[in-house]
Design a protein around this ligand. Sequence first.
Ligand code: DWN
Length: 403
Amino acid sequence: MYRNHTLCRACNNDQLIPVFDLGVQPLANNFVGAGEDHAGHAPLKVLFCPECSLGQLSVVVDPQVLYSNYLYVTSQSETMKHHFEALLNDIIIERGPGTVLEIGSNDGTLLAYLKSKGMGPVVGIDPAENLSPDASKQGVQTIISTFDSTAAADAKKILGKVDVVIARHVFCHVDDWLGFIYNIEDISNRDTTICIEVPYCVDMLQKCEWDTVYHEHTSYLTLKALKALLSKTRFRMQKVIRYPVHGGTIMVMLNRMDYLKEPHRSVDTFVSKEEVTVETWKAFATTAQNQAKALTHYVWELNEKGLTVCGFGASAKSTVMITACGFTKDQISFITDTTPQKHGKFTPGTSIPIVTESELMALRPDYAVCFAWNYREEILRKHQQYLKEGGHFIFPVPELQVV
Ligand code: DWN
């Protein structure tokens, strides 16, 4: 199911240094129902490259196992709607309207939105067979595949000229970066703009978002690492934009070296400010351990007082946190989630059931650990009634906070 990874994905250095270890964990999105087989466990350890500052997992899990039946569905939340508006705006400023290929298009939500705003034609590529009917319902054609040379050629046949390539939260999921860039090269021309959005490693380290370390995220990207990688390709960074979603992301716009516009000043500004070292990672590891302990103690204390605790948001992050804290159904009796595909299933590696969000008010637990902390403001706005009736949300990062 997985293989060891020892050479830096960006610069080929073989002297990688272990900096963060979460033991052996189940696959974070492997929510299965009673009697269904689960995919198993794999080591969850980050190695750091002192040459280019890339963080990367010590193993690569087979993408077929991770993504062929994928239960994460792009959020329809207010937070993500605002984010998509911002993305569209930034793409229009940089590139103007045009044809769009999205790599890792999930259920087509972003492409459907871009289409409704005049971009297009649009095509998606995604390996999740279970999500392509949803994309079709939204009027989005999906090539069901990982982004390989055949999928790239198929997309080119449909779109002809690709003006904009979007890869949101997919680049850091990929093992073979050069292969990925070469496939992009095959479908692009001098004017194609490639928009790669990833969680920004600097945000993750500064805010100690340790639960975003899981098997899908094979890399923790710095711009210095990306620069090292791109030096082997025909592309360069054109612009860098930072967004607040998912705990802090960056969108890096890439263009071919022969693109006529000069790179935007944001590229040098971000690269020169970046300071990610072995020490930064080790400090992060210590804080993460303290955060996990604090949450474990807090929840156990509530249980001992006879108070009820549930989880809110069966995110991939919830699996990491629950596993690291050793929670079972005795501590966290259920997790609410808005995703129908997750209902009736269990948190990977536990018997904690995932239920609908309406159960928060129906069962009215005393405390809800918010595993979807990246939507904090929206969740607090939406669940005023729960708070008024004496319920509390526990936010585990950046430090334990009870509302
Ligand atoms: O890169 C990835 C990111 C972008 O998304 C993936 N590898 C997997 C996924 O990570 P995640 O599962 O941690 O993402 P979310 O969007 O933080 O997950 C939030 C979960 O909470 C979803 O299952 C939806 C749910 N939710 C809810 O139940 N009520 C979310 C909101 C806003 C709510 O009000």
